[in-house]
Structure formats: structure tokens, C-alpha cells
Design a protein around this ligand. Structure first.
Ligand code: WT7
Length: 652
């Protein structure tokens, strides 16, 4: 972890005086799954609290010990046995809910499928039998490189059922990224599809797999779902899903797996280095995924229709499309395609069509919808929504308010949920029936989580000051390590503050003691001796009515150390903007945050460089601002945007 300084208190106390606050709707608060007492109970006895949550699940054998903590290694519910797929599927059928829709799937071209819990149990059982027939056993790794189709969920649950470890690779990743992950995990089976629909046309997956496995003999078979019907090359080790799974028995007797048996590996790339294989195990992970999904979204499985718009290729999809919602018996909407295909109202059309009551998406999507204009969602009936959530990046206060107003009809709580691939499940978030939400703030740790903001020395900061977020006590869904690299696990998360887990994010406590997440510490700028967070300058820019999105970076400056260079996308998307407007935007930042935070240079651009998971890549903007050749762009959604942005920059 790069050593960095925390945002200085002096600067932070000047920043963003957010006074808006939205109390929970009375009706929701009255019937909320979780009330304020949960915090007290968890504070009194944290382990008893998590033990109570573990009883949400069905165990074949209960645990002997709740937590075995040998820092930095935790084991939860030691001695317990359970099967994650039974918890996500069979249990609901056995309880008489077999006819409930588990998945309401919407394909990009408009085809759709409803899969009930009973049907899901049959398919998962068939797939489990097929995997066993292909020689996959407990502990084996299985790569899943798929579009957003129901078979992806079936494949994950079938792995979980037989104790194989799934490793989902985002379908937008390249051959090299797939190959690197196959090498590191030594997967023996790859599950893929001919292709999926993206932006109105079939996009292929199988050719990338063919290339990746060509010189990787460890992969024994490739199991292929037919989705688009496009032509595929066929190799000796390839097997059609409809033959192998379709022909298998739907009877499968599951065994209980150890609470600490691996469930999956999810690679997270960080900024530059080799991706880290984050390992999650079974009992603790499922407990926290299940509890947080029920508590943070106030899920009522009988009546809610829940939609998480993330891709299953990210941890958000694992915990909040698959394991959390299905373990709770929820009805989950799943959408294959992009938000603007065939038109920019597609998301809202889906909300209206399925009567979605809970929606969960990323700030980058919300800011895109802001840019497209509020008249688009206004055309649809979104009145079914009752809780809406955000995840993946800090949500700027203006984006929060826009989301609440234009999507939530001015009445739904917005839950800004902070967590990471490594934490496995939500850690910091408001609770919709308890917390008065503040635009831009993730508010506080959920019950049972000991997150705090500390200074350079690891001491808790007082209200009104900033520093680093840390977690003081182990939590059930914490990563159990980095696949094959123990030293890196210790170095990355446990060395900055001895005894504390360090996620790598900056944070502050405001005057009320509420928590704000300020992005990766590597993104903090140092201007004339002041630490200024990119997030706060960006939020100030987005709070101007003309601005839809903003990214700022610190560029080396002989005089000030770093100077702030900002990139903005205007609402409506114009690129040629009068200098007066840019001047006005700079002054706007100056008056909201103080003159020190005024960008020295501000450019209007048509797009920003983003990773495929929607995070702004400030590292590349810094390269541009410092007139350097830009570094690795392989994880960008669209690398050509870098040239467009570079052209806007004044010559040195
Ligand atoms: C990083 C983790 C969480 C699952 C999806 C991303 C940033 C995430 C928030 C939030 C501010 C957030 C952090 C974190 N982040 N949620 N609500 N407010 N920042 O998982 O790819 O592992 O990324 O995303 O910087 O460390 P990930």
C-alpha cells in the first residue's frame, strides 16, 4: 500500500457543509426489518450479534466456536457445516416458496425469462451433476466467463453445491486478463457462452476462451452455453451446456461444507500491480451477505422486487445479485445489457415493467443519467421504488439528491453503501428505517462492524476531522487471504496500522460524527501544504447546475507542490464552452471549499476515462495533466478517449 498522508483537518473542516438531511419515511420506519436497538445489541456483544445473524441460515451442523481470531487470520463459525446453494435455493422450496420467482431475467434484445425457486433448484442440481461428471470436485477451481444470463447464477451455485471454488471473470475482460487469472487460480474448467448481447448486437466470448486455453493444459474442459447462436469454433475439450447440463438428472443430494471451506475467488486489480485473488469462504460470508441485504435494503421477500444493476463479474454481483438476495428468498431482476440500448430510458422501463421496489446501482451510472436529463426517467412510472442504493465510489451530494428526487420520487431513502471486494459485504451504510440520510455520506458502520476513522498514528479522530478508514475487529465476510500470496495479504491490509485492517480509503467524520468516504488515499492531492481530497473538489464541481460529472487530479507544480487540474462533463454534453463558464466553475469551487481548492486549470471533456467497473482512472488523467505518455490503458472501457482529452490540454 502506498504510504500517503491523510486529508488535513484544517482543510477538511472548511469543506462541504452539508445541511440537508432526509429522515426515514414513517411507514418504512414503522415496519423496518432493523430498528435502532440493533446497534446497541451489537455493541454489547458483537459475537452474540453475529451468531444471531448466522441463525438466519440453514446449517447441517452448528458451529463450536463463533470466532477464532489469530491476527490477521479469522475463522468464523468454526466447526459448522452448511451448503451455500441449499441456503440460496432448496431451503425456499422446502419452505413452500417454490413457485416464487427467483430470477426475473431481461435480455438486452427484449427477450425475458422467469425462473422460480423450484426451477432454479432443478437447474442447479442438474449443473452440479454435470460438473461432477466432468471431473470437477471439492476444492477445484472453476472459471466463469459469461454474459449476464441466468446460467451464470446457476453455474456459481452449482460450484458452491459441490464445494468447487468459482472464479468469475468479467465478460468484458481481455484474453490476457482471463489467461492471467486462469494461471493464478489453476482452474480446471471454464464455463462460458458463445456470446451475449451488448449495445444492440451479439458480442462474442468463446473466441477469447479458445485463445486463452490454447496453451493452458490445466483447463480440462470448456462448458459452453448457447446464448446468441453465433458460430463458434469447436475444440476437443468443449462441451455444450445444453448437452451436459440439459441431459443430467435434476436429483442431487448436497453435502454440508465446512464453514471455512473456500466459496470463491474474485480478482481485484487495484491500480497497477498484478491482480489479487481475494478469497472468500462459506459460513461467515453468507451470514454477512444475507444479513446486510436484508437489513440495508429492508428486504421483504414476499413482496419486494429487487434489482442490482451491477455485473456478476464484480463482487457486487456476487453478494447482491446472487448470495445475499437468494439466501433471503428474494425475487431478483437481472438485466443483460447496457443502459442505453435500445434507448436511454431502458433502466426505467425495467423498473416499470417488473415493479422494482429496491434498486442498487453505481454513482457513475447515476451521473450518466443526470447528464442525459431528468425528462427521461420522468416518462416512466417509478412509484414502486421504496429504497434505492449506491455503491462503488463516493456519491457526490448533488448526484445523491438527483437520484433521490428523480428516481426515488423524492420519498425513498438512499443508502450509500461502502465496502470492497475484500470486505465481501456492506460495512458502512445508513439503515433505511433508522438513519436520517445525508447526501454524500455513508453515515456509519452497520451493526456489528467496528469501522472508525483514524489519524496517521492510528488514533481515532474527533468529530469534524479527517483521516483513514480502518476496521478494528474482524467481521464475518472478511477476505481470508490473497490466493497464493500470504505475504501480500499482510503487507497490503495489515501493515499500515498494526492490528487494524486498512482498506486504503480516506474518510472523515463530520461535526455530527457521521462518516464520509473520500476515495482512495492515492487520490489525495497536496497543494501548498494542504491535503485536499479529489472527491470533495469533484463534488463541489458537480454541485454546479451545469456540471454532470467531474474528475480532478493533482499535477506536479514547481511552486505549489501539486496544482489541481479538473475535467468536467457538462449536462447536455457540450464540449465547446465559453471561458467565462469555466471561470465561473473555478470560482464556484473557491466559494464552496475555499480558494486553496480552486482548480488551476479546468477543461470541458466529452467523456472521462473509466475502468470497466465504472471507476474514474485518475492515474491516467494525471499522466495527461503532467504531459507524460499515458500508462497502461488495458482496463479502460474506451482507450480512444485519452487522445480526445489530451488534445484539449494547453501546450506546455
Ligand atoms: C473501493 C472498493 C463495494 C463493491 C464494489 C467495488 C470505493 C465503494 C463506496 C462508497 C465511497 C466507495 C472505495 C473502496 N467505494 N463503495 N459507497 N463510497 N467509496 O468494489 O472494486 O473492491 O472497490 O470502491 O474506494 O475501497 P471494489
Amino acid at each position: 500500500m502506498a504510504d500517503s498522508t491523510p486529508p488535513s483537518q484544517e482543510t477538511l473542516s472548511n469543506l462541504l457543509h452539508e445541511t440537508r438531511s432526509f429522515p426515514p419515511p414513517e411507514e418504512l420506519a414503522a415496519h423496518a426489518n432493523v430498528k435502532a436497538d440493533a446497534y446497541e445489541r451489537a455493541d454489547e456483544d458483537r459475537l452474540a450479534f453475529w451468531e444471531e445473524q448466522a441463525h438466519r441460515l440453514q446449517w447441517e451442523r452448528t458451529w463450536d466456536t463463533v470466532l477464532d481470531w489469530q491476527p490477521p487470520y479469522a475463522q468464523w463459525f468454526v466447526g459448522g457445516k452448511l451448503n451455500a446453494s441449499v441456503n440460496c435455493v432448496d431451503r425456499h422450496v422446502d419452505a413452500g416458496n417454490g413457485d416464487r420467482a427467483a430470477i426475473q431475467w431481461e435480455g438486452e434484445p427484449g427477450d425475458s425469462r422467469t425462473i422460480t425457486y423450484a426451477e432454479l433448484r432443478d437447474e442447479v442440481s442438474q449443473a452440479a451433476n454435470a460438473l461432477t461428471d466432468l471431473g470437477v470436485g471439492k476444492g477445484d477451481r472453476v472459471a466463469i466467463y459469461m454474459p449476464m444470463i441466468p446460467e451464470t447464477v446457476v453455474a456459481m451455485l452449482a460450484c458452491a453445491r459441490i464445494g468447487a471454488v468459482h472464479m468469475v471473470v468479467f465478460g468484458g475482460f481481455s484474453v490476457d486478463a482471463l489467461g492471467q487469472r486462469l494461471d493464478d487460480s489453476q482452474a480446471k474448467l471454464v464455463i462460458t457462452a458463445d456470446g451475449g448481447y451488448r449495445r444492440g448486437k451479439p458480442s462474442s466470448l468463446k473466441p477469447a476462451v479458445d485463445e486463452a486455453v490454447a496453451d493452458r493444459p490445466a483447463v480440462e474442459n470448456v462448458l459452453v452455453v448457447r446464448r446468441t447462436g453465433q458460430d463458434v469454433d469447436w475444440n476437443e475439450r468443449d462441451v455444450w451446456w445444453h448437452d451436459a447440463v440439459g441431459g443430467a438428472s435434476s436429483e442431487h443430494t448436497p453435502e454440508g461444507h465446512d464453514s471455512e471451506d473456500p466459496l470463491y475467488i474474485m480478482y481485484t486489480s487495484g491500480t497497477t500491480a498484478k491482480p489479487k485473488g481475494i478469497l472468500h469462504t462459506t459460513g461467515g460470508y453468507l451470514t454477512q451477505a444475507s444479513y446486510t441485504h436484508w437489513a440495508v435494503f429492508d428486504l421483504k421477500p414476499e413482496t419486494d422486487v429487487y434489482w442490482c444493476a451491477a455485473d456478476i463479474g464484480w463482487v457486487t454481483g456476487h453478494s447482491y445479485i446472487v448470495y445475499g438476495p437468494l439466501s433471503n428468498g428474494a425475487t431478483v431482476v437481472m438485466y443483460e445489457g447496457t443502459p442505453d440500448t435500445p434507448h436511454k430510458g431502458r433502466f426505467w422501463e425495467i423498473v416499470e415493467k417488473y415493479g422494482v421496489t429496491i434498486a442498487y446501482m453505481a454513482p457513475t451510472a447515476i451521473r450518466t443519467f443526470m447528464k442525459w436529463g431528468e425528462e427521461i426517467p420522468a416518462k416512466y412510472d417509478l412509484s414502486s421504488l421504496r429504497v434505492i442504493g449506491s455503491v462503488g465510489e463516493p456519491i457526490n451530494p448533488e448526484a445523491y439528491v438527483w437520484y433521490r428526487q428523480n428516481i426515488g420520487g423524492g420519498k425513498t431513502p438512499v443508502v450509500d453503501t461502502w465496502w470492497q471486494t475484500e470486505t465481501g459485504a456492506i460495512m458502512v451504510s445508513p439503515l433505511p428505517g433508522v438513519t436520517s440520510g445525508k447526501p454524500g455520506a455513508a453515515m456509519g458502520p452497520i451493526p456489528g462492524i467496528a469501522a472508525d476513522v483514524v489519524d496517521e498514528e492510528g488514533n481515532s479522530v474527533p468529530d469534524g476531522e479527517g483521516g483513514f478508514i480502518v476496521v478494528r475487529e474482524p467481521w464475518p465476510s472478511m477476505l481470508r487471504g490473497i490466493w497464493g500470496d500470504d505475504q501480500r495479504y499482510k503487507d497490503t491490509y495489515w501493515s499500515r496500522f498494526p492490528g487494524l485492517y486498512f482498506p486504503g480509503d480516506g474518510a472523515k467524520k463530520d461535526e455530527d460524527g457521521d462518516m464520509w468516504l473520500l476515495g482512495r488515499v492515492d487520490d489525495v492531492m497536496l497543494v501548498s501544504g494542504h491535503n485536499i481530497s479529489t472527491t470533495e473538489v469533484e463534488s463541489a464541481l458537480v454541485s454546479h447546475p451545469e456540471v454532470a460529472e467531474a474528475a480532478v487530479v493533482g499535477a506536479a507544480d514547481k511552486v505549489t507542490g501539486q496544482s489541481i487540474v479538473g475535467f468536467v462533463i457538462l449536462r447536455g454534453g457540450e464540449e465547446s464552452v465559453p471561458d467565462e463558464l469555466l471561470q465561473e466553475l473555478r470560482n464556484h469551487v473557491g466559494s464552496s471549499l475555499g480558494p486553496i481548492a480552486k482548480p488551476a486549470l479546468l477543461l470541458a471533456v466529452p467523456e472521462l476515462p473509466k475502468t470497466r467497473s465504472g471507476k474514474i482512472m485518475r492515474r491516467l488523467l494525471r499522466d495527461i495533466a503532467e504531459h507524460r505518455d499515458i500508462g497502461d490503458t488495458s482496463t479502460l472501457t474506451d482507450a480512444s478517449i485519452m487522445d480526445v482529452i489530451a488534445k484539449q490540454l494547453p501546450k506546455k
